[in-house]
Design a binder for this molecule. Structure first.
Ligand SMILES: CC(C)(COP(=O)(O)OP(=O)(O)OC[C@H]1O[C@@H](n2cnc3c(N)ncnc32)[C@H](O)[C@@H]1OP(=O)(O)O)[C@@H](O)C(=O)NCCC(=O)NCCS
Length: 161
């Protein structure tokens, strides 16, 4: 599949099911994505999906306008594992930044300090490390128990106009 065949547009709530997005995470994650899509209906986020020629979602990500005035936080960016490394993530960034352009001047994101591949990609696109920080969120362990995951992250940002 070539990058040109992918069409980008808003992720809709009826696509946020385990059968269509199960490749990207478990039930709790799908629920989190559904919440983000509902927030897009209130204007707090943009959730963008890339679809292949048979309309399957093969990547998605979001821009959250509620965390900092004048900025969008890009988050949850993910490309189906077997399709990574072909430029799809770069196109997903372009689609999210295009959506954010009408609302904010700056986009930023958090990347775990050990995620060197993703950090290299963001630097290539033009993001610059502003600072280090810590972030925490709930994950499920192998027994399905919820635990608080704490991560060291770089805050990376880019002016979009
Ligand atoms: C990060 C991610 C969205 C990039 O999507 P992509 O389609 O692979 O990106 P592109 O093809 O446009 O760019 C490839 C670059 O992504 C980076 N990358 C990160 N993880 C990668 C992976 N598993 N496979 C290939 N490239 C990866 C590399 O820097 C690569 O650049 P290189 O050619 O210099 O090595 C994707 O790899 C992904 O879904 N990773 C898992 C989830 C994740 O880590 N999200 C980021 C959280 S901040």
């Amino acid at each position: 599949m070539s990058v040109e065949e992918i069409s980008f547009g808003p992720l809709s709530l009826d696509e946020v099911t385990e059968s269509s997005l199960g490749w990207s995470g478990g039930a709790a994650h799908i629920e989190y994505v559904a919440d983000a899509v509902k927030r897009s209906q209130l204007g707090e986020t943009d959730m963008i999906a890339g679809r292949n020629s048979i309309n399957e979602v093969i990547c998605y990500g979001g821009a959250d306008y509620s965390t900092e005035v004048g900025s969008a936080k890009l988050w949850m960016l993910i490309v189906r594992e077997e399709l990574r490394g072909q430029g799809i993530g770069t196109k997903l960034f372009e689609a999210l930044e295009t959506a954010a352009l009408s609302r904010v001047d700056r986009v930023f994101l958090h990347v775990e300090t050990h995620n060197e591949g993703a950090k290299r990609l963001y630097e290539r696109i033009g993001y610059i490390v502003e600072k280090s920080d810590t972030e925490s969120w709930y994950e499920l362990d192998a027994e399905g128990e919820r635990y608080l995951y704490e991560a060291e992250v770089f805050v990376m940002a880019r002016a979009i106009r």
